[in-house]
Design a protein around this ligand. Structure first.
Ligand code: FES
Length: 254
């Protein structure tokens, strides 16, 4: 049954036992999960980048340090981390997630938000920075290429082909990151935007096929976003557990 905005408002104000008009889950669950997960990931990232500069257990390299750039005393992660930070921070899905969860702006569809000053959308600092997303996309494509290279190297054990649990994790990580990156709304627009006719030329038809491919990944963009976030953290944790000698890398072929 459809729920109108006027029906949803009193329920939202009451604040207890309220459900999304479109979900059977309690309406506090999504924002809570987003706040907890993004906060933990942010704290973990800061700790790794600032205080744990070495993230390599040959042939595995932490995704937080790829590409591995050594420049003086600057921790390698700092030279790299800004790109995924800007890319994810300006991602259309994450924008929805953190605007709803951290700022309740708005908390969800058909739910009122706290009174605010003049609404300026993303036309003023700092949110105008979100318009940089397409440029962050170009940078992150380069980083994904480095991660693909790292995943290939993860099967090289002293010049011999091998497969360890780390190889599998690094491969999975780059697949999830590719699914997230190449389902980006900016790429979808690059592929199929600004065209009046998809069938009028060979180039337009090629762009239509590319647009359809990107759209397949784009449909579940939120899931790719979360899965790749966890796989980045998981791969990094695995590499550091190997470095600390807490885990030993199972090898199926070596
Ligand atoms: Fe999410 Fe571009 S919109 S990565």
């Amino acid at each position: 049954m459809a729920v109108s905005e006027s029906q949803a408002r009193p329920a939202a104000r009451a604040g207890q036992g309220v459900k999304h008009p479109y979900s059977s889950l309690p309406n506090w669950l999504y924002p809570t999960v987003v706040v907890v997960a993004l906060s933990l990931f942010g704290v973990y990232t800061a700790w790794i980048v600032l205080f744990q500069p070495v993230g390599q257990f040959v042939p595995y390299l932490s995704p937080f340090e790829s590409p591995l750039i050594k420049w003086g005393l600057i921790p390698p992660g700092i030279l790299v981390v800004w790109a995924p930070l800007v890319f994810r921070g300006t991602c259309y899905y994450y924008r929805k997630a953190y605007f709803r969860s951290f700022f309740w702006h708005p908390r969800s569809c058909a739910v009122p938000e706290p009174a605010r000053g003049r609404y300026r959308g993303e036309t003023a600092f700092p949110w105008v920075i979100n318009n940089l997303h397409r440029f962050a996309f170009y940078v992150i494509v380069v980083q994904v290429l480095f991660l693909i290279f790292d995943a290939v190297v993860a099967f090289d054990f002293g010049g011999r082909f091998g497969i360890g649990l780390g190889s599998a994790l690094m491969l999975l990580n780059v697949l999830l990151l590719s699914g997230y990156t190449f389902g980006c709304h900016a790429l979808r627009h690059l592929a199929g935007g600004g065209l009046d006719c998809f069938s009028c030329s060979t180039a337009a038809r090629a762009r239509f096929r590319l647009w359809k491919g990107v759209s397949v990944l784009n449909i579940r963009h939120d899931r790719w976003a979360w899965a790749s976030l966890f796989s980045v953290a998981g791969t990094d944790i695995y590499v550091r557990l190997l470095m600390a000698g807490i885990l030993h890398d199972p090898r199926w072929i070596s």
